[in-house]
Every structure is written in C-alpha cells, then in structure tokens.
Design a binder for this molecule. Structure first.
Ligand code: SF4
Ligand code: SF4
Length: 365
C-alpha cells in the first residue's frame, strides 16, 4: 500500500505551510535527486488572469533543495491546445515571468517542454486500449527525475484536476492533447443561443461561424478543446455527458502511463489542497474557493495521492460565497453531475500506475 504524507495548512507552533512544505521535502529526501542529475519541476504557470496557480515560492524552495544536492533543477510546462498566451512558447514564457516564474526569482531555468513552436516532441509506442503511441514534450525526456507540484481543483471535463491531469495534459504535446480531447465535440442548443459570437472569437481552429440567425460548427476542424463551451454565456454549447468524459479520463491515464514508465520510481508528487476553485488554472479567472484550505500531500504514487486528495476534499463543508453555497456533498460531483471524477483513478490503477488504497500519514506538524 502506498504512503501519502499530509501536512495541514493551519499554523501550528508558529510554523506555516511554506515551512512545512520545505521540511516535508527534506524529510522525504528523494533518492533520485543525485549530483549532476537534471530534475524537472513540473508545475502550471497559470493562464493569463488566473490567480490560483501554485505560488512560485514553493517552486523556489524546491529549486533550493535540488541545488543543495548539487543536481540541476529546471521548471517546465507544455504549450496549450486552446488559444491564449500559453499556446505559443514565447508568450508562454512571458506569462510565466509575469506570474513570478523568472530565472531571477526561481534560480532555475523555465523550459517550455515541447519547444517554442510545439515541435520538440517525442512519440513513444505503446500498446494500450486507446493509444498505440503517446506524444510528450521532448524536454521531459531530458529529466533524470521529476517533482510534480499540482494545485488540486475542479475541471470542466475530468471532474477533478490533480496529479494524473498534471502528468497527462501537462506533459502531452499539443498533438497528444488533441488526441485526448478528440471525442469532446460540443453540442449546440439553438434556443439558448443569443448569437453573441464569443465562441467563434475564442475558437483556436476557426471552427465556428456565427451570423444571426446562422450558427455553424465545422466538426472536422474542431479539436475538442472546449474553449467555446467555457466561454458561452448561456450554456448554448455543451458536452454530451455520456461516455465522453470517461473516455477523456482513460486517455489521460494512458498518457500519464508513458511519463511514469519513463521515470519509474523517480517521480515525487505534491498535491496542494489550497484555494480549491471550481475550475482549472487554464481559465482566465479564479472564482472563490469552494471549501477551506486543507494542506499539502506528498507521495510517490499519483493514484494514491489523487485518491487521498479526493477523500479529504469530499469530507469538507462547502463555503458560503462560493458557486456551490447552500449545497452539501462532494464538490466535484455537485459541480459537474454527469462526470465521475474518480474514473481517471480507477483506470490508472488498472494500468498499474498506483493504488487507490493508501496509508495516510498525518505528520501533525
Ligand atoms: S457563445 Fe454561446 S450564445 Fe454566443 S454565439 Fe456562441 S453559442 Fe451562441
Ligand atoms: S469548436 Fe469549440 S471545442 Fe471545437 S476547437 Fe473550437 S473552441 Fe475548441
């Protein structure tokens, strides 16, 4: 059974979460951080307008730890499928710097793992149910070990965004992201449409044209990025909540399979259960947190840490002044009733990526 360590975000004996995180990293002291090894710190720099992404201070502490071991830290993420400043490597780096992830403040290079034009990629053959190959950002393969630092929150299609999501969408090339999203084509509900044209404006593939009373969605051009669904003010565009989110969850797990098998035993995961927002950090906003902050989890097992995150979150009371105020229950299911947030974990477990049963170790610091 995998161990999952927990430190609370509450201050105890004048010790705050930043110090607890640093001590947790020192306590675990991952053996794969060896002299002259390249250690990738995988995180998410936050979309333009988003404020809920992991605070760069935690990344700096991780860099300091890696440098103390005389290893070489680098901080990375891949370009997005959807339009925005994270779609292009140059503007992605600009945004990362704006959000506090500069060399000067981090003391480590920030690397766009699939390159400035998303063409630094590596296709790895696999024999899985959905994929015969998985394509990840090329610089991921320059890492001798990896620390994955994830902000846990809700997600439009996966239900919950946590370590498996960070590994898969976060390391996948744009092509791989398209392969994962490929089944998520939006459905149009004409009677709800106000012909504002916002969907056409945000669509990265120019798949939508709106000219009242005409609305046209070219399904051959659509890559299933769900940007139009996110931005539609009237819910006139939606995903058919049948088997499609489950398919995405399984494809995410198959993508994560390649990353985990490339660095067996050389990946440490931290899940931050802090500022748990309804939507992912790819959104250009951050709504109020749904529940109180909980703390930080650490494990070598991505399935165990995500399951433990889900278990801790689903026991919490929902806060007033959040989008779910006055409701009671598991926030992920309340947010997206048709999606099973645990499908990604069930499937990942069946692929041997980890165990949903875990040994929770509350360090009580
Ligand atoms: S964003 Fe929604 S309401 Fe506006 S044109 Fe598109 S489908 Fe219609
Ligand atoms: S139509 Fe919607 S889901 Fe398809 S590519 Fe355009 S924005 Fe993305």
């Amino acid at each position: 059974m995998s161990q999952v360590f927990f430190v609370s975000s509450r201050v105890l004996k004048n010790k705050g979460i930043l110090q607890k995180f640093t001590e947790l990293l020192e306590m675990i002291n991952p053996p794969f951080i060896q002299k002259e090894n390249n250690i990738l710190i995988k995180t998410h720099f936050g979309e333009d307008g988003n404020t809920a992404y992991i605070n760069p201070l935690y990344i700096r502490k991780t860099v300091d730890f890696i440098r103390k071991k005389e290893a070489y830290p680098f901080i990375g993420d891949t370009n997005t499928l959807y339009s925005g400043r994270r779609k292009n490597g140059v503007t992605h780096l600009d945004l990362a710097i704006e959000h506090g992830f500069s060399y000067a403040s981090m003391n480590a290079p920030v690397v766009i793992l699939d390159g400035l034009k998303s063409n630094n990629v590596k296709d790895i053959p696999v024999n899985l149910q959905h994929f015969k190959s998985v394509q990840l950002g090329g610089e991921f393969f320059s890492a001798d070990g990896m620390i994955v630092i994830t902000h846990v929150k809700g997600h439009l299609i996966a239900g919950m965004g946590a370590a498996i999501k960070n590994l898969s969408m976060g390391l996948g090339s744009r092509t791989q992201k398209q392969r994962m999203h490929g089944d998520i084509k939006p459905e149009y509900v004409q009677k709800k449409c106000i012909y504002c044209g916002l969907c056409a404006k945000v669509c990265p593939e120019s798949a939508i044209t709106v000219n009242k009373p005409d609305f046209n969605l070219n399904r051959d051009l659509c890559v299933g990025c769900a940007e139009c669904i996110t931005h539609c003010p009237t819910q006139a565009l939606k995903i058919l909540w049948n088997e499609k989110p489950a398919l995405l969850a399984e494809k995410m797990a198959e993508t994560a399979f390649v990353a985990i098998n490339h660095l067996p035993g050389k990946i440490l995961f931290f899940n931050f259960l802090i500022n748990i927002t309804p939507d992912c950090d790819c959104m250009s906003w951050s709504d109020n947190a749904l529940i109180n902050d909980i703390g930080v989890l650490a494990s070598y097992d991505p399935v165990a840490i995500d399951q433990a995150s889900y278990d801790l979150i689903s026991q919490q009371k929902i806060l007033n002044n959040s989008v779910l105020e006055d409701k009671d229950g598991d926030i992920f299911t309340l947010l997206r009733p048709g999606i099973d947030p645990l499908r990604q974990l069930e499937y990942a477990e069946s692929l041997g990526l980890g165990s949903r049963k875990y040994d929770a170790v509350d360090l009580k610091w």
